[in-house]
Design a protein around this ligand. Structure first.
Ligand code: SF4
Ligand code: SF4
Length: 162
């Protein structure tokens, strides 16, 4: 078991999270692209510098060129730009064109701190994400906690420009 996974399991035991028995979720991508598209209006895909470097390398672009073309600054943090219709700039034909190196927030959704606050906020998130449904397979509590922890760690680096 990796260190991060072991730590998540321990946190789950120590803090008695309400989702310790796991949560029913299975992403419906590519049949669904709701969290990448502009269907809900404008949004942000936050990312930190390590994630920018990874995407730039994946695209074979110098870091500066990549950030000039694809990243915008919002206050003290950075987000990918959007298309005119508010789709993520990397959403192509309903799929993510940088899937292997997509930012952490894309990987960890819907196991973000806000939806995980309470059973009520999780149910509210189900209105945004069709993958959250009782018939979906259960993601174990330790995995949910790991994803939440990874998301928090990435957020802590959002305003850390070199
Ligand atoms: S909204 Fe939910 S089901 Fe749809 S692509 Fe996003 S995570 Fe997957
Ligand atoms: S980077 Fe990829 S996974 Fe993330 S919002 Fe954009 S298209 Fe979706």
């Amino acid at each position: 078991m990796s260190d991060a996974r072991e730590k998540a399991l321990q946190t789950l035991k120590d803090k008695r999270r309400w989702y310790e028995r796991g949560l029913a979720f299975r992403c419906k991508h590519p049949a669904c692209d709701r969290c990448c598209s502009g269907a809900k209006g404008p949004g942000y895909v936050w990312l930190n510098v390590d994630e920018m470097r990874a995407i730039a390398a994946h695209m074979g672009q110098p870091f500066e060129l990549f950030t000039r073309h694809f990243v915008r600054q919002i206050d003290h943090a950075y987000s990918l730009i959007e298309k005119r219709n508010h789709d993520c700039i990397f959403l192509e034909g309903g799929a993510c064109s940088i899937y292997e190196v997509r930012p952490t927030q894309c990987r960890t959704y819907p196991f973000w701190p806000e939806p995980l606050k309470s059973p009520e906020s999780w149910q509210a998130e189900a209105r945004e994400c069709p993958g959250i449904e009782d018939t979906a397979p259960v993601v174990p509590g330790a995995e949910v906690e790991l994803q939440r922890t990874l998301d928090e760690a990435a957020r802590a680096e959002y305003d850390n420009w070199p």
